[in-house]
Design a protein around this ligand. Structure first.
Ligand SMILES: Nc1ncnc2c1ncn2[C@@H]1O[C@H](COP(=O)(O)OP(=O)(O)OP(=O)(O)O)[C@@H](O)[C@H]1O
Ligand SMILES: [Mg+2]
Length: 174
């Protein structure tokens, strides 16, 4: 069986996690791999509909996502997770739980994310309409030793995805 792994995309809202996840999904499935994308909003609705955005709730949710991605990855699937996962200790726990863990820091400044405001959430967070919003009213702890850092302010989505694929090749997951 091919080696599965978990590609864990962490970064600010609007940094590019979903965009990169979808490109990776296409590339890897075109190459004949089994792929599953576990991306923020949809996964949250299904796994944690009753949870909010306190640190505790975010931790519980991140654990659930890590657990499901582990089940997939041990069956040869490349599980691509897109989760803000703003706290270092969450990501460390996920890494410990999963084993075959590829942490990707989807790096982008808050200013640029505000400029993009893909979902209009920054506007609401800045006006106080949404609370506990990562990057505005809640912290984001940058990864210290991620396997990959992609700079979405200076790379195209294709370039960022390619950098992740190259790392997966280097680590012999593809
Ligand atoms: N190198 C890049 N990688 C990914 N996205 C990029 C890049 N350069 C520009 N972008 C743009 O940045 C935006 C990222 O939005 P996206 O929805 O992927 O963010 P997200 O991290 O999933 O946000 P959220 O946490 O709110 O779900 C898109 O409009 C995308 O086209
Ligand atoms: Mg997203």
């Amino acid at each position: 069986m091919e080696r599965g792994c978990v590609v864990w995309l962490t970064g600010l809202p609007g940094s590019g996690k979903t965009t990169i996840a979808r490109i990776l999904e296409k590339r890897l499935s075109d190459a004949g791999r089994m792929v599953e994308v576990l991306d923020g909003d949809e996964v949250r609705e299904n796994l944690s509909p009753k949870l909010g955005f306190s640190k505790k709730d975010r931790q519980i949710h991140a654990n659930r996502v890590a657990y499901v991605s582990k089940l997939l990855s041990r069956n040869g699937v490349i599980a691509i997770v897109g989760l803000i996962s703003p706290f270092r200790d969450f990501r460390r726990r996920a890494r410990e739980m999963v084993g075959n863990f590829v942490e990707v820091y989807v790096k982008c400044t808050v200013d640029e994310c505000i400029e993009r405001d893909v979902k209009g959430h920054y506007k609401k967070a800045l006006s106080g309409e949404i609370q506990n919003f990562t990057g505005v009213s809640d912290p984001y702890e940058e990864p210290e030793n991620p396997e990959v850092v992609v700079d979405t302010e200076n790379e195209t989505p294709e370039e960022s995805a390619k950098r992740v694929l190259e790392k997966l090749q280097e680590m012999r997951y593809v």
